[in-house]
Design a protein around this ligand. Structure first.
Ligand SMILES: [Zn+2]
Length: 340
């Protein structure tokens, strides 16, 4: 019986309503002649004599609590005054909510997406776990290319080879396989290389690559597009220069430097006193790569470029250590509060 008393007591204490109908239900349930509490009094005669004193007291207590609750709520409903018991002081000033901040890599990636979207590039994404064809073979990597080595690439499986993608170029292959030219897309994403982690290198980083394929796309279009990007990203006065380079999937290939935006080209520690800072690789898509993806290289030409988001963020924010991007140290991250 004591268990039932405790159970009813808890229910009565929690009960609240502003509705007369619900209050009547409460009365019928607990207090009416056929209610639960009179039923307990009826059972009281079965309680062993040695327990009667304690149980009797608890039972009377329960009845009083139910009656008090009923009277209180009845009065509140009748007078229209619902007493709100609360420790909250509504006049106190609010606790200021610290706004979060975007991660610096997100800030830079979003800025890149916006810059390229203004000249018609759309964003496309692909899987981070990639097969050999999309990550290497379709991009003209020779079978003995060092990037195919376990020293450089994380392999999930061997024969057939499944890897963590080493660049977002794999998404370029997927774009060319799936869609017909004109293709004007950028590919932001996370990539993985088997590198020792240091202030300068990490096994995880992010790239944005771009691809434009159409009739009569030339190296001049490539230069103009990247010149526009450099101005938008680093400022109006930025100069660019292209140095010949080599990538398996572009021919000809180049690396692009920008004039140092810290010293303006005079020489400083950021540009290692050269006046120039390397920011990306680029080139005309190798006809063989186009053919690998089912695009007629006699009819279409295209250019591609790629850059590291960390590299751009390090330059723009003068960050000394690439590991800071992945440590989630709030002292680092909260410096970007307010940047959108
Ligand atoms: Zn400089």
């Amino acid at each position: 019986m004591q268990d039932l008393i405790n159970q009813y007591l808890a229910e009565i204490e929690l009960f609240f309503t502003q509705n007369a109908e619900e209050l009547e239900q409460f009365r019928i349930k607990f207090l009416s002649k056929k209610g639960l509490i009179p039923a307990l009094f009826e059972d009281f005669k079965n309680v062993p004599p040695e327990q009667r004193r304690a149980v009797g007291q608890a039972l009377n207590d329960l009845k009083n609590k139910a009656q008090e609750k009923f009277n209180l709520i009845k009065e509140q409903i009748e007078t229209g005054a619902v007493e709100v018991k609360s420790d909250i002081d509504l006049s106190l000033p609010v606790d200021f909510l610290q706004p979060g901040s975007r991660h610096p890599l997100s800030i830079i990636r979003n800025e890149m997406v916006q810059i390229f979207s203004r000249i018609g590039f759309v964003v496309a994404e692909g899987p981070e776990i990639e097969d050999d064809w999309h990550n290497f073979t379709a991009l003209n990597f020779q079978q003995d290319h060092p990037a195919r080595d376990m020293q450089d690439t994380f392999f999930i499986e061997k024969n057939p080879d499944i890897v963590l993608r080493t660049h977002t170029s794999s998404v370029q292959i997927r774009a060319m396989e799936l869609r017909k030219p004109p293709i004007r897309e950028i590919f932001p994403g996370r990539v993985f290389r088997n590198e020792a982690i240091s202030a300068r290198a990490h096994c995880i980083f992010h790239q944005v690559e771009g691809l434009y394929i159409d009739h009569d796309v030339s190296f001049a279009d490539l230069k103009q597009t990247l010149y526009y990007f450099a101005h938008e990203m680093f400022g109006e006065g930025t100069r660019v220069r292209f140095r010949p380079s080599y990538f398996p999937f572009t021919e000809p290939s180049a690396e692009m430097d920008i004039s140092c935006f810290v010293c303006g080209g005079k020489g400083c520690p950021i540009c290692k006193y050269s006046g120039w800072v390397e920011i990306l690789g680029c080139g005309m898509v190798d006809p063989n790569v186009l053919e690998n993806c089912g695009i007629n290289s006699e009819e279409y030409t295209g250019f591609a470029f790629g850059m590291g988001i960390e590299r751009i963020a390090i330059l723009k924010y003068k960050i000394q250590d690439i590991r800071l991007f992945f440590e989630n140290d709030v002292r680092f991250l909260k410096q970007f509060t307010g940047v959108v």
